[in-house]
Design a protein around this ligand. Structure first.
Ligand code: COA
Length: 442
């Protein structure tokens, strides 16, 4: 049987340039998040645009983390990046109006496609090498890419970019050679995040949250420095489980220390459930062909009703700014899109629906502006033009290095008092003064 699939593979195999030449002017190309993006094809498509062989292309791709010709500022007027998560290589272009952001929760991605609200012409997915049954897996990036491709029967082309560095994973994430129109090969290591040393602020935040995590809880850790730091303070817990859109380095550390067993999970026990991984090469090696890891589409992993099947669900995410009523602007600085809503709102809601569940929005109390000035991240009102990622009705616990406070179910007066109590001391008088002016406090 394998030779039949291998023959089919060979018949569909093209060079990157040949495959890029199949994309027509103005077509919409859909790709997955971060490490799931076809960087070989990105380079080839970008080079065609640079050579004037393709006038314009539209790309739907979240969190672009690798520089290729496609994100070269020289051609940004001809590449319409539309991203559900702004990343390092699309931030400036989005700010300048060349690229655009699509505010879509990860849980909604597949449905948005299935209902025909968003559809691409061409889908390009980065995959692990074909197995003996003729299947490719989308490895560490199922996210929305696989689900959007599968739910669009009208797509013109499905291209798979085979990368021998892409781990092979189990779950709902396979594409059969009979489904792919074109196969290309591009073997480069997966992008990874190095582990940075923890700051004193992260240590304090990690300790505050760890105190509220019971043994047997199931954890979700979001993107950014803080959620990763929190994991390091869970080392004395027992039988933690994983149900998290993103699988991270600190989860592997907890597993190696015997803390993560998934044995007490009330949903999919003994399985780590994730939708994408973003971490070290060691994490990717661990995930490769590991039957304990199940990778599913974010339409499933991020569905709040699925999340809630896990008792004692603990969700940890970060924010850029929070106001005294509990509104979290987590993805933009004023009107400038910094990242994306991702799965923050999904997990805040899912953890609330879970028996014994808690969600934490964790942030340092301050940051430094471009001029080096200290800025409070807790503010009376969000900056002009801010976008709310987690509405104040949903925010449960908020944590800074000065403590953890309960927001959910509380009055504006109580919220203002408690959020001021965990603000940086230099800003507490100002916050109280402004809160009085706004009628939040007397
Ligand atoms: N005002 C102005 N600038 C601010 C700011 C504020 N209140 N807060 C942060 N910044 C700046 C920082 O100085 C930093 O600037 P730099 O890029 O020039 O260094 C930048 O914004 C990012 O802040 P940082 O705290 O370093 O971000 P992070 O990497 O820890 O990520 C979030 C934090 C909030 C951006 C990230 O968690 C996120 O995107 N969250 C939304 C999506 C989400 O939670 N999804 C769920 C899991 S995928």
């Amino acid at each position: 049987m394998y030779s039949k699939w291998l023959d089919l593979y060979k018949s569909k195999l093209k060079t990157l340039d040949e495959a890029a030449a199949m994309i027509k002017d103005g077509e919409e190309v859909y790709c997955a998040l971060g490490g799931g993006q076809p960087f070989g094809m990105f380079e080839a498509i970008g080079q065609r645009i640079k050579r004037g062989e393709l006038a314009r292309v539209a790309l739907f791709a979240g969190n672009v983390v690798v520089q290729t010709a496609l994100t070269d500022p020289e051609i940004q007027d001809r590449v319409n990046f539309d991203t559900p998560f702004v990343g390092p290589y699309t931030r400036e272009g989005t700010k300048a109006g060349f690229y655009t952001y699509s505010p879509i929760k990860l849980s909604d991605m597949d449905t948005v496609s299935a209902r025909g609200l968003r559809r691409g012409d061409v889908y390009i997915l980065r995959v692990s090498p074909m197995d003996r049954h003729g299947f490719f897996s989308t490895g560490i990036n199922v996210d929305y890419g696989w689900g959007m491709a599968k739910t669009n029967p009208e797509k013109r082309l499905l291209i798979v970019e085979v990368n021998e560095y892409m781990p092979r994973t189990y779950g709902t994430n396979h594409i059969h050679i009979t489904e792919a129109d074109v196969v290309v090969e591009h073997h480069v290591p997966m992008p990874y995040i190095p582990d940075l040393p923890l700051t004193d602020v992260e240590i304090s935040i990690g300790r505050h949250i760890a105190e509220m995590v019971p043994d047997g809880a199931t954890i979700q850790l979001g993107i950014g420095g803080i959620p990763n730091a929190v994991g390091k303070f869970l080392m004395d817990k027992r039988d933690l489980g994983v149900h998290s859109e993103m699988l991270t380095n600190c989860m592997l550390d907890l597993y190696k220390a015997g803390v993560i067993t998934c044995a007490k999970k009330t949903f999919m026990p003994y399985k780590w459930v994730g939708s994408f991984a973003w971490g070290s090469q060691e994490l990717y090696d661990f995930i490769h062909e590991n039957p304990m890891i199940e990778m599913h589409t974010c339409g499933f992993v991020n569905n709040p009703y699925i999340i809630a099947k896990n008792d004692n669900m603990i969700s940890v995410n970060s924010t850029l700014q929070i106001d005294l009523t509990g509104q979290c602007a987590s993805e933009a600085i004023g009107p400038y899109q910094y990242s994306g809503v991702g799965g923050q709102a999904d997990f805040v809601q899912g953890a609330w629906l879970s028996k014994g569940g808690k969600s934490f929005i964790a942030t340092p109390s301050t940051t430094r502006g471009k001029d080096g000035k200290l800025i409070s991240k807790i503010v009376p009102l969000l900056d002009y033009g801010s976008f709310v990622s987690t509405p104040r009705t949903e925010t449960h616990w908020v944590v800074t290095e000065y403590g953890a406070v309960l927001v959910k179910g509380q009055s504006i007066k109580k919220r203002a008092e408690s959020l001021i109590s965990i603000a940086h001391p230099d800003f507490r008088d100002w916050l109280r003064f402004e809160a009085k002016k706004l009628g939040f406090l007397s």
